[in-house]
Design a protein around this ligand. Structure first.
Ligand code: SF4
Length: 630
């Protein structure tokens, strides 16, 4: 460890380390990023780094972070990235860095098997009664999990080689809001979640997901160990993740969960039924407002439903206080029921008195409405918990315009830099915009998109990821083109995502039609993907309640600071699916003519990878045919 390690020292170590990678080649962007991170840690000045796909971002922040000897938390937006760090990058550095360091992964409590709940579920006695409603197959899975618990070192669900039924896992795990904590649990000492926390406290590098980091921020900083540096990977999602973790969500499902925990310990079916009923009444009051923002002060019918729910929880709390179960397991069930109902009570209180600068709305789906409350601006929260107390590194392949301002980073306190991409986009990729198409709101737009798709997909020989901004547009296109194209067309609603991506990757000429869920997080290098199409610039819905509140806060610049950065980043993420390695080649086709004509078009184009551009479809078709010839 060298706390004074200069950017040059870090660069030398990174060069030595990456030379051990199979098929290694120099990556100037990775080197530059490592130097920037080293300088940021040294000078304690935040840095925002845009680093294109293939830069090798993880090593570029891990090497300087470890060499600095500081305590570092890496917050990843996706589970896939967390797994990549845990199974690839950190073990690799362990072996090759030449400097010992401790690292750990920490997840939310419900990811770990709870030994106390497992004991209750498998002991003979009244704990078993809770399982009576479960199907025999689910009970068989619980028995399997009990066997696994004797051999696993971590109790982390991700280690299982099979996917348990959610009801089986639910029976042997607890949420953070239910767990009474190690000091009040008879199995707190051998507890898997507690062991993970102890490892986290000793780690030099701790990897969490941004959701857990957001809970840490919302809790006032009590969830994670002290740290000097935080790295936010996939930082383009930071604002939304912090907003959702700092807010609250109340649904009928939460009332049912509390009712179940009360039923497990209080011998009064009427009480549990009343709690579940209060949840159903709240859902009925929310249903007419589904998808809508709630004007404050809240409508009386909603306040009455929340207040009624709270009264039933008060009765439950009283009943729980009045029982004193003699057996340890029953005492634990009482504690869990108390904690779950207290947590819901606190959220009901907050919902009935929404704090200033927060927005309330009813989220879907329509048949399961939920009341959500979130801060409109996450800046003050992050300023107090992060920017003001530790050094932050924010990185992504696509940093949205104005990101620092959106998350409350003082522009003078942060360097924003772009280290480019290792790929030759100019030679390997062509951006085609169908400038001649009508405006997307025009009645003929969908039919014209289908014609464009047909011509381009034929030229590409299939191998297409066709992305749509709505399910309806996706289904209509799939239906229209199935009879016109000689290739297999997969749609996103056919299979779960991993199976879908697997089918698309292995059947080389197949096409995958998908929606916003696959604009990011799909990685298909090689010949199976030569064409990515996007029907429209993916502007957010005008009636999204949270964004509507953010627009009001932004005033006359709302389009520039709220809508445009989101649309540009999402389009760039979608376009980024095409080139995944140095030999990938292909076309990105955007059917929205606003990309070629609108006043804001350059803001969108500049966010995209630096591809050669054309408005002529024949040029795009030729490019695709040449690829097949090659
Ligand atoms: S402390 Fe006890 S109740 Fe909490 S997760 Fe661990 S074993 Fe389960």
């Amino acid at each position: 460890v060298n706390p004074d390690a200069t950017a040059a020292d870090v660069a030398a170590v990174l060069k030595h380390v990456t030379a051990q990678l199979p098929g290694h080649e120099d990556r100037p962007g990775q080197m530059r990023m490592a130097e920037l991170v080293a300088e940021a840690i040294q000078s304690e000045k935040h840095v925002v780094v845009q680093a294109g796909t293939g830069t090798g971002k993880s090593l570029a922040y891990l090497v300087p972070a470890i060499l600095s000897g500081r305590h570092v938390v890496v917050a990843t937006a996706t589970k896939a990235l967390q797994d990549q760090l845990a199974t690839k990058d950190l073990p690799f550095l362990d072996q090759h860095l030449g400097q010992p360091f401790e690292w750990a992964i920490l997840k939310g409590r419900s990811n770990y098997l709870c030994l106390q709940r497992l004991r209750e579920a498998t002991a003979k006695g009244d704990g078993q009664l809770q399982l009576d409603d479960l199907a025999p197959t689910v009970r068989a899975e619980i028995a399997r999990l009990a066997t696994w618990a004797t051999s696993t070192g971590t109790g982390d669900q991700a280690e299982l080689s099979w996917a348990p039924n959610p009801r089986a896992w639910e029976a042997v795990s607890v949420s953070a809001e239910q767990c009474p904590g190690a000091a009040r649990c008879p199995l707190g000492e051998p507890c898997f979640a507690e062991a993970a926390r102890r490892r986290a406290a000793e780690a030099d590098v701790l990897v969490v997901n941004t959701h857990l980091y957001g809970m840490h921020v919302a809790s006032g900083g009590v969830l994670l160990p002290e740290h000097d540096v935080v790295v936010f990977d996939e930082a383009h999602q930071l604002e939304d993740t912090i907003s959702s973790t700092a807010g609250l969500r109340i649904s009928a499902g939460r009332f049912s969960a509390v009712a179940a925990s009360v039923r497990a310990i209080v011998d009064d079916d009427g009480l549990a039924g009343a709690i579940a009923g209060a949840g159903a009444d709240l859902a009925a009051a929310l249903a007419p407002l589904a998808g809508r923002r709630i004007a404050l002060p809240m409508p009386d019918a909603l306040v009455d439903a929340l207040a009624a729910g709270r009264r039933h929880l008060d009765v439950a709390q009283e009943a729980l206080r009045n029982i004193d179960p003699p057996l340890v397991d029953a005492q634990q069930r009482k504690l869990r029921a108390q904690r779950a109902s207290t947590s819901l009570t606190n959220d009901l209180d907050k919902a009935m008195d929404v704090p200033p600068q927060h927005v309330a709305w009813v989220a879907g789906p329509d048949h399961q409405p939920a009341l959500e409350v979130a801060p409109i601006d996450v800046g003050p929260l992050l300023d107090a918990a992060v920017w003001g107390v530790r050094t932050a590194v924010l990185t992504s392949a696509t940093i949205p315009l104005g990101l620092p301002r959106r998350v409350g980073l003082d522009e003078d306190a942060v360097d924003v830099l772009d280290v480019g991409s290792p790929f030759d986009y100019d030679a390997n990729a062509l951006l085609y915009c169908a400038a001649h198409l009508p405006d997307p709101r025009h009645a003929t737009f969908a039919a014209k998109v289908h014609d464009e798709l047909e011509a381009l997909v034929l030229a590409a020989g299939g191998r297409t990821l066709a992305l749509f901004t709505s399910w309806r547009a996706m289904r209509e296109a799939a239906e229209a083109l199935r009879g016109r194209l000689p290739f297999r067309i997969l749609t996103q609603d056919e299979l779960p995502k991993p199976a879908l991506v697997e089918a698309f990757s292995t059947d080389e000429s197949s096409c995958l039609f998908a929606t916003a869920g696959l604009f990011q997080g799909i990685d298909v290098p090689g010949a199976s993907l030569s064409l990515v199409t996007i029907d429209r610039i993916p502007f957010p819905r005008p009636d999204d309640p949270l964004l509507e509140a953010r627009r009001e806060l932004a005033g006359s610049s709302a389009f520039q600071v709220v809508d445009l950065p989101r649309a540009s980043t999402l389009l760039a993420q979608a376009a980024g699916r095409l080139i995944r390695n140095a030999t990938d080649r292909g076309v990105v086709a955007v059917f929205d003519p606003r990309l070629a004509k609108a006043a804001y078009r350059w803001d969108v184009v500049r966010a995209l990878p630096p591809m050669r551009r054309t408005k002529h479809r024949d040029e795009a078709e030729r490019f695709l045919r040449d690829l097949r010839g090659a």
